[in-house]
Design a protein around this ligand. Sequence first.
Ligand code: COA
Length: 297
Amino acid sequence: MDIDLRRVVADAGRLGFSEQDLPGVERMAVNVLTDPELSAELAGRAELLRAGIGRFAVDGPDPWAGLPDAPDAGAIPMLALLATAPDVVAHQLGRGVPEAQAWRNLSDLGQQVRVHRLAYGRFGLHNQGWLRTVWAGGFAWLGRLQFNAQPLPGGEWVLSTHIPRRGSDGAPRSGALSPEAVDDSFARARRFYAKHFPDLPATHFWCRSWLLAPELAAALPGSNIAAFQQRWTLDDQIEHGDDDAVYFTFARRASYDLRRLPRTTRLERAVASRLEQGEHWTLRSGRIPRATFPPGR
Ligand SMILES: CC(C)(COP(=O)(O)OP(=O)(O)OC[C@H]1O[C@@H](n2cnc3c(N)ncnc32)[C@H](O)[C@@H]1OP(=O)(O)O)[C@@H](O)C(=O)NCCC(=O)NCCS
């Protein structure tokens, strides 16, 4: 597959990259596309990514197989994602999604590059594994929340719900998790999937997150986070949540020095002090019937 440098850089401008990150895209694209070996590797991985469009279960061959899963190892994945963005957009246009919304849906790429900067202090990408779900073509960023249609292990289709990080860095549409914004997103998702993905019979929203842990809601009474947690009917599965709690609160991956984490907000204080006391956070899964929300705009 031929990859056009100018088009890749232009598309990055539509995919949520910050002004600070756009020059990094151009530098990286020049480095890779002027090296025949790297270019060939990029083309092969982009082909695999493209073959996954429409496979909403994300069950095809892994385009990142054999690449290190580490900070700063995301150059080839980032370019492969950029190079195939028009194909994912075309898939959604084929389902009647308006073009601006289709690009918006993929702009989680730029958001993940912002998160890399937040976590590691520099341009890069490390969440390329997650972005395969976005690039499968059944993903939508609708107001405050994001969704993708996916089958659970038993085969039931659900609208999996994702909560992008609130932006202190000017990221678009990612403010507080207010109940009104959440209601609006669910209503929009109900309509979006009925209209554009009527072939995927999801009757429930579903979410697997550290934000669904009851002990988190208990630690933050009256907060948006607590109100969000209380919407969900949880299943019995309880997973370890310490790493997610630290990553999503402080943008730090292991290893971190607990004593040096900031304590400015209630969440920061709650997360750090529970860990200091030798207790743990959990990760839970839950569901909400899709019909709870009005069909939406
Ligand atoms: C979920 C999220 C958007 C909620 O933000 P919010 O609506 O501002 O949350 P609340 O109003 O309930 O916040 C309660 C308290 O926690 C603080 N807080 C919330 N999220 C915070 C964060 N990521 N970092 C630091 N403090 C945070 C708030 O400032 C508030 O404390 P304060 O009263 O001392 O100011 C935010 O926590 C976030 O960006 N999380 C990361 C994304 C995430 O976890 N996604 C799920 C992945 S599975």
